[in-house]
Design a binder for this molecule. Structure first.
Ligand code: FAD
Length: 290
């Protein structure tokens, strides 16, 4: 199934995002977690693409393994960082040959130690250019792009960011998956703004169930997402105990999920950080399967 077909009026499509493990033990553990997540019948599973294409082979290996072992549609993330257009084409040809049906098409962040994204000679400057290439040359692939309820960190304004998102959708993206956020009002406002800007593609919220307070403070600082004060209070009330932090995270993600479903989202994309426990608890408690 492609991302284009995953979202429809009578269903809520679930997807899970993985990242490439660094060790063989990490691979084995990941596959066990994915096996548990299959219970929730995801429409597709994605795997991130490391900075500067550093995990290229590993990303492809993970998505093809998950596709083979679990017979589930997969999406490879792909960024423009450090690659020429021809190198991106070559990766996409390998991905298609490995049975990959979808791409999460991104510009990518600057490599470690660099402040600004720099276009590779013969490469792309923005994700919309990558989307256009994929749509033109790999027409069978489903394409998702990134959206930012709290505005992308480099965008000069909210309006400019929406115009850029529209450019990606007009270039051929089938769906928008959002950056993680912890205040649903930010998502609803973004969705309304997208519709006003003429973006008709499904807008899919990306949720990261918190499992550790220190970790989520690091992640949100890096990607520019806001942790609302009441949520910080809830996490701080959990103290240093890992189990209490986990329980607080499940409670927060469950509340977010329930409200998003009530407001008719086409699907939910869970950033599961290669684990199954938190997402499983949330999905069990709302009794949601794809
Ligand atoms: P773009 O859409 O190209 O936007 C980048 C910036 O440029 C924005 O500020 C935008 O407003 C502006 N812009 C866009 N087009 C134009 C234009 N034509 N003219 C002027 N300005 C423009 N990173 C990874 O390295 N690997 C991953 O696997 C990965 N997966 C992700 C998955 C999701 C769902 C999300 C939300 C993010 C992911 N990221 C990943 C992070 C992403 O790479 C960064 O947020 C990156 O900084 C921007 O990528 P983009 O595709 O949104 O870029």
């Amino acid at each position: 199934m492609t991302i284009a077909a995953a979202y429809g009026p009578d269903r809520v499509a679930l997807s899970f995002e993985l990242f490439p493990p660094k060790t063989d033990q990490g691979d084995a553990a990941l596959l066990k977690h994915v096996a548990r997540l299959m219970e929730f019948r995801p429409s597709f599973v994605t795997c991130t693409y490391g900075a500067g294409g550093s995990t290229q082979d590993k990303t492809l290996q993970i998505v093809s393994r998950v596709h083979q072992d679990f017979d589930v549609p997969v999406a490879t993330h792909l960024t423009c960082v450090g690659s020429t257009a021809d190198q991106l084409r070559s990766y996409l040809s390998d991905a298609v040959a490995a049975g990959v049906q979808n791409v999460v098409a991104l510009r990518g962040d600057p490599p470690k130690g660099e402040e600004q994204f720099r276009q590779t000679a013969g490469g792309f400057a923005y994700a919309n250019e990558l989307v256009a290439m994929i749509r033109g040359e790999f027409p069978t692939l489903g394409i998702a792009v990134a959206g930012y309820p709290e505005v992308h960190q480099e965008a000069p304004s909210r309006e400019a960011d929406l115009e850029n998102l529209k450019r990606k959708v007009d270039a051929g993206a089938d769906a928008v998956i959002t950056q993680l956020f912890y205040d649903n009002q930010d998502f609803f406002r973004f969705r309304d703004d997208c519709r006003r800007a003429g973006i008709e593609a499904p807008i899919v919220p990306g949720l990261l169930p918190i499992t550790n307070t220190a970790q989520i403070k690091r992640i949100t600082a890096l990607c520019g997402a806001r942790l609302p004060a009441e949520l910080v209070d809830r996490l701080e009330a959990a103290g240093e105990d890992p189990d209490s932090q986990f329980e607080a995270g499940v409670e927060i993600a469950t509340r977010q999920t329930v409200e998003l479903l009530d407001q008719g989202v086409p699907g939910i994309h869970y950033y599961v950080l290669n684990k199954s426990e938190a997402a499983s608890r949330v999905l069990q408690s709302v009794n949601l399967r794809g």
